[in-house]
Every structure is written in C-alpha cells, then in structure tokens.
Design a binder for this molecule. Structure first.
Ligand SMILES: [Zn+2]
Length: 347
C-alpha cells in the first residue's frame, strides 16, 4: 500500500467545512433549521469535527442547537465531509458505486446508499422540465433484469435467498446462446424501452417505459413536451398516432435519414452517450432504470458545467432540508416513475 492511498486525505477538513458552510447559506440567511428564527448565537465546537461550528437558537420556544449539516442529507454521517465531496465529484464523472467505494475506502453498501441519496438530490433539478420548440424523439430497448432483487418465488419459498443464498432467476441465464425473446422489447421480457426527447434548443428528457404502445408514447409525450410543439421522429406507428403536436418523420426503411430540417440525429446521438453511461454499471435492475436515466438527464441538461460544478449543484440540493428529507427516502425517483417500473423503495 502506498503512503497516500486515497485522494481525499490530501483535502483539508477545515477548508471543506468552510466550503459547505458557504454553500448552505449562500442564498438564504443563517437561521435555525428547526424554527427558521434568525435570532441565533454561537454554541461551541465539536472535538471530532474541526471547523464545524455549533449554533444555538435563541427563540424561547425552540432553544435547540444546530450546525451546518443539521437536517441535511449529510447529517449524522460518521465519515468526513472530504468523503462526501469526493463521492459527489466521482458520481458526476459517471463512476459506479463500487468504484466510488474503492476510491474512498468505504464499504460498498455505504457508497451505494450515498449514490442514491445524491442521485435523488440531483433529480430534484429535473422535476418540472418540459421541452418546447422543435423536439426529436427516438426509442431504444435496454436489457435490464432483476439484478440485486430477490425474486418473488425465492422470497416466498425462503430457500436460502433471505440469507444471501443462491437466487432463483426463474429463467435461463441470458447469455446462454444469446437467445432473446422475439419481437420488440417489453418490461416483462426484461427489456424495457427508453424514449429520449431532445430539444433543438438544448434540453433533454429521458424516460423509461414498460412498452412502446400508442398510449404509452402519448403519455410520455404529454409529460416531456409542451402541447403544440414540433416533433420529428422515425416512422414507428406509435409516433404517427400522436395527438396535440405537429409531427413529421423520416422513413429509415427507405434509407431516408434526413429530409430538409426533418431528422432525429440528435436523439440517435444521445444513445451513443447513454449506452456507455449504462455500461459502467455492468447490468442494472429494471426497477432502478428510471433512477439511472433521470440522473443521466441531469448530467446532459447541465453539460455546459464541469463535473465539480455539477457536484456543487448536487451538494447544494443535498444541503436543503426540504429536499434532503425526500432524497433520503428516494422520493424524487418515485416522482419520475410515471410508468410503474419501480416496485420497491430504493434502499
Ligand atoms: Zn429554533
């Protein structure tokens, strides 16, 4: 082992503390997080947390103490802020939770939990995104099974699966003979569809859906694109039935890829970025697919910023008590799951 095995050991804890203090209170006055009173005073320090200042609320009804991390996602963490800042930075560089665990020297489950909290905080920025103007759309099918989920039969029979025994897949291993169920992908065939909407003015919306029927596409369009916008797609029939939009398409079967301004190359291009993003996880669960895609949407929509600026946005959301509470419960991913892919709460 080298003298310095982890990068975060180079960071100064007090500098990190000052940085988070500025980030938390930069657009709101220093106030008590319990009762929002601004009548507060200093109340000592923490021995184990250099740089973290303690305050006390002078409101007679409240009188509680607090610090910069109270009621945020980072509160009650035994690990230092240096770990948190580096974890958020690595998450924005599209690292998997296992990779982050290795780089930080923490347990894999810790980093998995943190990753989902931070992803939820990031998704809070995408809550009300709707595209307008000219929007290109396309779909792709991605193999996603029950990774990490104990199958229902196994849970009912309780045959060792509870204690981490062998899990029953309920099917042959997917790679044997590379056999895939014929026809279009479907959620029940472990191959849900992903629809992307790319606005030519810059915004992106990525949705995980169970199937690719007309009603699903109509619902997806209503959520992602404002009524009356112009949508360019390929010649799939589900798009042709869209109502409430100006629609035009190129016919790929006739080798037509561009006709004037009508094309969907931006949407196709997005897949070449989405595929390597999802590959990092080495197979994902279909239940978690919406969460991963929404985080990818966040990264795309803030792509003008570098990874640390994106991390700063996520940390700023994670330090907001109203967001932190929901992020820890995985509520933001649940809000985005309009098509019922999520079965269980995350964590
Ligand atoms: Zn108070």
């Amino acid at each position: 082992m080298s003298i310095l095995s982890h990068l975060h050991q180079l960071f100064n804890e007090e500098t990190c503390q000052t940085y988070l203090h500025q980030l938390r209170w930069k657009d709101r006055p220093l106030q008590c997080p319990h009762c929002e009173s601004q009548d507060i005073g200093p109340w000592g320090k923490y021995h184990r947390r250099p740089g973290l200042k303690r305050h006390r609320c002078k409101n007679r009804k409240c009188g509680r103490t607090f610090n910069d991390l109270t009621l945020t996602t980072l509160s009650h963490s035994k690990l230092s802020l240096r770990h948190w800042i580096l974890a958020t930075f690595l998450l924005c560089l599209c690292c998997s939770s296992r990779r982050i665990a290795r780089e930080l020297g923490v347990h894999g489950r810790t980093s998995y939990r943190w990753c989902w909290w931070l992803r939820n905080a990031a998704i809070s920025y995408e809550a009300h995104r709707q595209l307008e103007g000219t929007v290109e759309a396309d779909e792709i099918y991605h193999t996603a099974g029950n990774k990490g989920q104990v199958s229902r039969d196994a849970r009912e029979s309780a045959s060792g699966a509870k204690k981490g025994g062998k899990k029953r897949l309920g099917r042959l291993p997917r790679q044997r003979g590379k056999k895939r169920a014929p026809g279009r992908g479907h959620y029940n065939k472990d191959r849900p569809a992903i629809i992307v909407w790319v606005s030519r003015t810059g915004g992106t919306v990525v949705q995980a859906v169970k199937d690719f029927t007309q009603s699903t596409v109509q619902k997806a369009a209503d959520l992602a694109v404002k009524k009356g916008s112009c949508i360019y797609t390929d010649s799939a029939r589900s798009y042709q039935a869209l109502k409430g939009y100006v629609h035009d398409f190129v016919n790929h079967t006739k080798k037509e890829y561009v006709r004037g301004t009508v094309h969907e190359n931006r949407a196709e291009c997005l897949f070449s970025l989405l595929k390597p993003f999802l590959r990092v996880f080495r197979g994902i669960s279909k239940h978690n697919l919406p969460g991963y895609l929404d985080f990818f949407q966040f990264l795309r929509n803030f792509r003008q910023k570098n990874a640390f600026e994106q991390a700063e946005l996520i940390l700023h959301a994670a330090l907001d008590p109203s967001i932190a509470k929901r992020a820890k419960k995985g509520k933001f991913v649940t809000c985005f799951d309009h098509f019922g892919l999520l079965h269980t709460a995350i964590n």
